[in-house]
Design a protein around this ligand. Structure first.
Ligand code: NAD
Length: 364
């Protein structure tokens, strides 16, 4: 890795995430945006309004892969383009920050891991929970032995967010698309691999795939877990709300966190210390990811806390395993497609909801 005075970046895929990257890059003194690529001309028009003058806007990804100016490529298309883009990055020797998942299927992800194995480009995956201050605080408390031995990891994320059919078709059912973050963070806390599991899902609104799933089971080291994740949380309620927490239960004490998307509250109940900490939530923590990535390039060695492709691939693999397990169990249907249509219209036309993608002119 060469030393960089300032990191010059190109973004491929300028949707919701691409726009967030641009915003954070624009705020950082370590980064400069040089080019943005999207196959959709409306997305490029938006980029033209938001990006600094002189940014190359293109529908041709090769303008970015072949640019001599660009050091780092940010991959924020949907998953169907990911493997090809990661392969091209290796060929063109560009460092990469990539969105998850790192391929559209497990086979593609295995191919990506193989391709990256012997390359010397720096690659980090956007797994924002790994960069969240509240998880780091809780982990440090657990490591200080204040709660005794960690025994039970409980994770819950339920919001009136992305509804089926709105987009993200290439990322699979919700428990894979979004759920893999919570699979990853459970594994991160346990510091062990999943051993056994049993999953229950429901096909809300009669949609063909489950949009809520709960799984519980064990890790190799004897820690047990439960993960609940769903975007079926009152999308048509007058006032929207959500339920997001982690609950870490030890043999002597507990540590937990909940948030309201603005503030996260960490409560630590240890054998000799009790702390309640409230700080800004941080959302996707892209500022932290970009900073660690830039520091790694500048110092010539990888920050050990930069999320790795291997962790993203494992989270994806287990998210699929839990979905497959749920498919073997009874999967009831509640509600109907008409309600889902109402939800999609409310989210798209009235712009009411969590995690809204860009407005679609025509609902398909
Ligand atoms: N890490 C996280 O917390 C997080 C959160 C949301 C989404 N994501 C991931 O980020 C990715 C993007 O999600 P999003 O919400 O921004 O989706 P989006 O639909 O808003 O944006 C995707 C953009 O990529 C463009 N695109 C598609 N194929 C392309 C190609 N071959 N070349 C160039 N542009 C292409 C589309 O035109 C669109 O503008 C997804 O893979 C998703 O899984 C991650």
């Amino acid at each position: 890795m060469k030393n960089h005075p300032i990191i010059k970046a190109g973004i491929i895929g300028f949707g919701r995430m691409g726009e967030m990257y641009l915003k954070e890059i624009s705020k950082s003194p370590l980064w400069k945006i040089c080019a943005i690529c999207d196959i959709d001309h409306e997305a490029l028009e938006i980029a033209g309004r938001l990006a600094p003058k002189g940014t190359l806007l293109t529908q041709n990804e090769n303008d970015i892969f072949e640019s001599e100016e660009i050091d780092v490529i940010i991959l924020s298309t949907l998953a169907d383009a990911r493997k090809d883009h990661l392969f091209k990055a290796v060929e063109s020797k560009k460092h990469v920050i990539t969105e998850k998942p790192i391929g559209a299927s497990l086979e593609e992800q295995v191919a990506v891991l193989g391709k990256l194995e012997n390359s010397d480009i720096l690659v980090a995956v956007d797994l924002p929970l790994r960069n969240a201050w509240y998880h780091k605080t809780i982990k440090e408390f657990i490591d200080s032995e204040q709660i005794g031995e960690l025994a039970i990891v409980r994770v819950c994320h339920m919001t009136p967010g992305l509804a089926p059919g709105e987009g993200h078709w290439a990322e699979g059912p919700l428990f894979h698309d979004c759920g893999m973050h919570y699979v990853d963070i459970a594994r991160w806390y346990a510091e062990s691999e999943f051993k056994t599991w049993n999953a229950q899902a429901i096909r809300m609104w009669n949609y063909e795939e489950p949009w809520w799933l709960q799984v519980h089971g064990t890790f190799e080291n004897g820690i047990v877990f439960d993960i609940t994740q769903g975007h079926v949380y009152g999308q048509l309620a007058k006032d929207l709300t959500h339920n997001g927490y982690v609950d870490l239960i030890g043999t002597k004490g507990i540590a937990r966190m909940n948030h309201n998307y603005v503030t996260a509250t960490v409560e630590l109940h240890g054998t000799s210390k009790t702390h309640v900490i409230k700080k800004p939530f941080g959302d996707k923590n892209l500022d932290i990811l970009l900073h660690k990535f830039a520091q790694s390039l500048m110092q010539g060695h990888r920050d050990p806390f930069l999320p790795r492709v291997e962790d993203a691939a494992l989270a994806s693999e287990y998210a699929w395993k839990f979905l497959n397990n749920a498919a073997l169990n009874e999967m009831p249907v509640r509600g109907n497609l008409q309600t889902l249509e109402e939800i999609r219209k409310r989210r798209n036309n009235k712009r009411i909801g969590y995690g809204l993608l860009r407005k679609k002119k025509h609902m398909e």
